[in-house]
Design a protein around this ligand. Structure first.
Ligand SMILES: [Zn+2]
Length: 131
């Protein structure tokens, strides 16, 4: 679940971080399905996050979502993302110290005003496939 065949680099690390947070969140909330890999609600969220990472217009220069000027999540998913991060963020330090620290540091990066053209992971992947 914490892997992706499509993402790489920074986007992959970010996906792994959110996947780890979703897992912490889901377990703690005792969602109906056990194991967590069968919780439809959390899986749907994670798949959504994955798609958004793949399509992030900043690509490998993706800023922290918190600071990003592009509001790409629909409101319901944005609420869920916030809920998961507020809950699981502080609990990340023990099981995933490197991810947690990287996540905190990336929140301090400066945010470019406008995404560059054609830099999303998805776009670059499609280009590669056509070659
Ligand atoms: Zn769940």
């Amino acid at each position: 679940m914490e892997n992706s065949e499509l993402l790489r680099g920074k986007l992959l690390r970010e996906y792994q971080t959110i996947a780890a947070m979703v897992e912490i969140y889901c377990k703690a909330h005792k969602h109906d399905a056990k194991p967590m890999s069968a919780c439809p609600e959390c899986l749907e969220f994670l798949a959504y996050a994955h798609t958004k990472l793949d399509r992030c217009p900043y690509g490998q220069d993706k800023p922290s979502c918190k600071k990003c000027p592009v509001h790409c999540y629909k409101p319901q998913m944005k609420d869920k993302a916030r809920e998961i991060m507020v809950f699981a963020g502080p609990k990340m330090l023990f099981p995933h110290p490197i991810m947690a620290i990287r996540h905190l540091l990336s929140a301090r990066d400066l945010v470019p005003n406008k995404p560059p053209a054609n830099q999303s992971n998805r776009h670059l992947r499609k280009l590669g496939e056509n070659q």
